[in-house]
Design a protein around this ligand. Structure first.
Ligand SMILES: Cc1cc2nc3c(=O)[nH]c(=O)nc-3n(C[C@H](O)[C@H](O)[C@H](O)COP(=O)(O)OP(=O)(O)OC[C@H]3O[C@@H](n4cnc5c(N)ncnc54)[C@H](O)[C@@H]3O)c2cc1C
Length: 281
């Protein structure tokens, strides 16, 4: 799907009202918001993000985690890690926040048509992948085998648990979950997400992968797929860097020759493999 671009001033936040708030896990919430006042649109392509403004606190980039098939509303899943995300997590239904966007590149839903797709998520990285999962499932016949390999720190860190169970039950998506640390009541796999590739039958020539999670998890996952013969140009990652303007002006998110806000956040691995070896300062 082609990325959606903003037509009015990209620096002007539009007011959106919080319609619903749901706690995923402690410290992590999902907000459903809808345009308030000026009626600006809420169209986006899976993988894109918005600059989310908590008035009086500041603005942060947050990926859309809801369905692209629901025009007129947007959903974000936010982990409280600092001043702005904590303020976002404290929002209540009825509150107004500001949104600019959507920005950035999208997951390559057209390019992967007819192919098997392996989705690899680590922790909160499942949130930016959820819209593309919805999109692939809504057009299920256009794709080959679909698998979601999800790694979380522990059972209590698993987000979208109800939906994972639904996807697993309906078997349109092969869902495999692993945790780093297991309690006695965890019945599933223990280990890192790349362990879920072990023994898995893959046709490398017809397989594409979409990966989102901590940078180290994405690097290891991409290399595990390369070892299985999947080509670097068929492996896609969603990169995160701190950013301010989101319109390629401030340079805060510059990543080698790229700006994460505009050239990314979704990149094929062949474009960023060398840069992934460099630490952000
Ligand atoms: C394209 C994109 C999409 C994102 N999508 C989501 C999302 O869907 N949900 C979500 O919860 N977060 C997402 N983030 C991360 C989110 O933007 C940061 O957590 C947020 O900017 C932190 O701001 P703060 O004021 O709350 O904390 P700060 O006080 O600014 O930071 C708290 C800590 O987090 C670190 N940090 C801040 N921003 C980032 C970042 N981008 N990457 C890694 N470390 C960072 C800081 O260095 C500091 O250690 C996304 C970031 C990008 C670039």
């Amino acid at each position: 799907m082609q990325a959606v671009t903003e037509t009015v001033s990209p620096m002007r936040p539009h007011p959106f009202r919080v319609r619903e708030k749901h706690e995923e896990i402690p410290g992590c919430i999902t907000l459903r918001v809808a345009p308030d006042g000026d009626g600006s649109g809420a169209a986006f392509a899976p993988g894109q993000f918005y600059m989310v403004y908590v008035f009086g606190r500041g603005e942060v980039p947050i990926s859309v985690s809801g369905s692209p098939e629901k025009p007129g509303e947007l959903t974000f899943t936010v982990m409280a890690v600092g001043a702005v995300t904590r303020a976002l997590c404290a929002c209540k239904p009825g509150d107004i926040i500001g949104l600019r966007g959507p920005f950035g590149s999208a997951w390559p839903v057209e390019k992967v048509k007819g192919r098997d797709v392996i989705i690899m998520a680590g922790g909160l990285g499942l949130a930016p992948l959820r819209p593309v999962i919805y999109q692939l499932l809504a057009n299920r016949k256009d794709y080959g085998d679909l698998a979601l390999l999800y790694g979380a720190r522990q059972a209590q860190s698993i987000i979208f648990a109800g939906e994972l169970a639904d996807w697993r039950e309906h078997a349109t998506l092969d869902v495999k979950i692993t945790v780093d640390i297991a309690g006695r009541d965890w019945p599933g796999r223990v280990g890192v997400v790349t362990d879920l590739l072990t023994g898995r039958h893959i046709e490398p020539a017809t397989t594409s992968a979409l990966i989102c999670g901590p940078e180290m998890m994405m690097r290891f996952s991409a290399h595990a797929l390369l070892d299985l013969g999947v080509a670097a140009e068929n492996i896609y990652l969603s990169m995160e860097r701190n950013m301010k303007c989101a319109i390629k002006m401030c340079g805060r998110c510059q990543y080698g020759p790229y700006f994460i806000c505009d050239d990314g956040p979704v990149f094929s691995f062949d474009r960023v493999e060398r840069l992934l070896k460099t630490r952000e300062v």
